[in-house]
Design a protein around this ligand. Structure first.
Ligand SMILES: Nc1ncnc2c1ncn2[C@@H]1O[C@H](COP(=O)(O)OP(=O)(O)OP(=O)(O)O)[C@@H](O)[C@H]1O
Ligand SMILES: Nc1ccn([C@@H]2O[C@H](COP(=O)(O)O)[C@@H](O)[C@H]2O)c(=O)n1
Length: 242
């Protein structure tokens, strides 16, 4: 299910580290650094939902928000050939969908909203499950998302639920957008973050929540370096690295 079976002799064992939490908590930043440090693969599960959300929007499947068609979304999801590969760019993995490299077009709040619309559907989530679990069968894995520790890798070696106040997360987004030359409206970003939080936390299938055995870490007043140091130290305590 998650990593390989520790109890089987002569079978390689691949640890899994799950970093779950809301948008802007700093999951991707710490997950990428841990993966680099430990030589593990990185699973950016949010990117999967972003891709499905964008493709669904382009196919007109999100036009009537009151009557979204779960079966059509499932068919669309199953028709996507999604592959991750190491990127030349710092802090990223490349994603190739149906042989086309996906760029920055999925990395904005609008597509984040489409992602959270499609992510409520069990059939969409099920269609993405095997791809995610398969990534833990070839090497160690750092998995970033909402349900990594609760649903996708329930037997993971390390589970962290990383949070921050909505205000802190919105401020980070504003800085992130400004640093790439974009205009950012704090009030609008905060509203978007809060409505995405509500949809992600209140959906009935795989809601965003901490696993019972997760370390809870609030990053509101921590730098990215401090978050990394605390999580690395927790991984050491759990015996998966030195
Ligand atoms: N502890 C921190 N303090 C301040 N800024 C941070 C911290 N961690 C990450 N950041 C910055 O906040 C922004 C969002 O971080 P990141 O993309 O890692 O969040 P995320 O939880 O993965 O969000 P999403 O789920 O939307 O992908 C980035 O610009 C990142 O550099
Ligand atoms: N495991 C996951 C990951 C993401 N989602 C949904 O996708 C949206 C975008 O995620 P980001 O991490 O890239 O911001 C997110 O708001 C969720 O709706 C998910 O359901 N499960």
């Amino acid at each position: 299910m998650s990593s390989s079976d520790r109890t089987q002799p002569n079978t390689p064992y691949y640890p899994v580290i799950c970093i779950d939490g809301p948008s802007g908590a700093g999951k991707g930043t710490v997950a990428w650094r841990l993966a680099q440090d430990l030589g593990y693969q990185l699973l950016d599960s949010g990117a999967l939902y972003r891709i499905v959300g964008l493709k669904a929007k382009q196919a007109g499947l999100l036009d009537d928000v009151e009557a979204l068609d779960e079966d059509a979304l499932e068919t669309l999801t199953k028709g996507l050939d999604i592959r991750f590969s190491p990127s030349e760019s710092l802090g990223r993995v490349d994603i190739v969908v149906n042989d086309t490299l996906i760029g920055q077009e999925v990395r904005n709040e609008t597509v984040g909203g489409y992602a959270s619309q499609v992510a409520v559907f069990p059939k969409v989530r099920q269609a993405l499950l095997a791809l995610q679990q398969d990534m833990a069968t070839r090497s160690g894995l750092v998995a970033d998302g909402r349900d990594m520790g609760t649903v996708v890798f329930p037997a993971a070696d390390v589970k962290v639920f990383l949070t921050a106040s909505a205000e802190a997360r919105a401020e980070r987004r504003v800085l992130q957008l400004q640093s790439s030359g974009q205009i950012a409206d704090m009030a609008e970003i905060l509203t978007n973050i809060q409505s995405r939080d509500i949809r992600d936390e209140e959906r009935s299938t795989a809601p965003s929540k901490a696993a019972d055995d997760a370390l809870l870490l609030d990053s509101s007043a921590l730098s990215a370096d401090e978050v990394y140091a605390q999580i690395k130290s927790y991984c050491q305590q759990k015996g998966i690295c030195f």
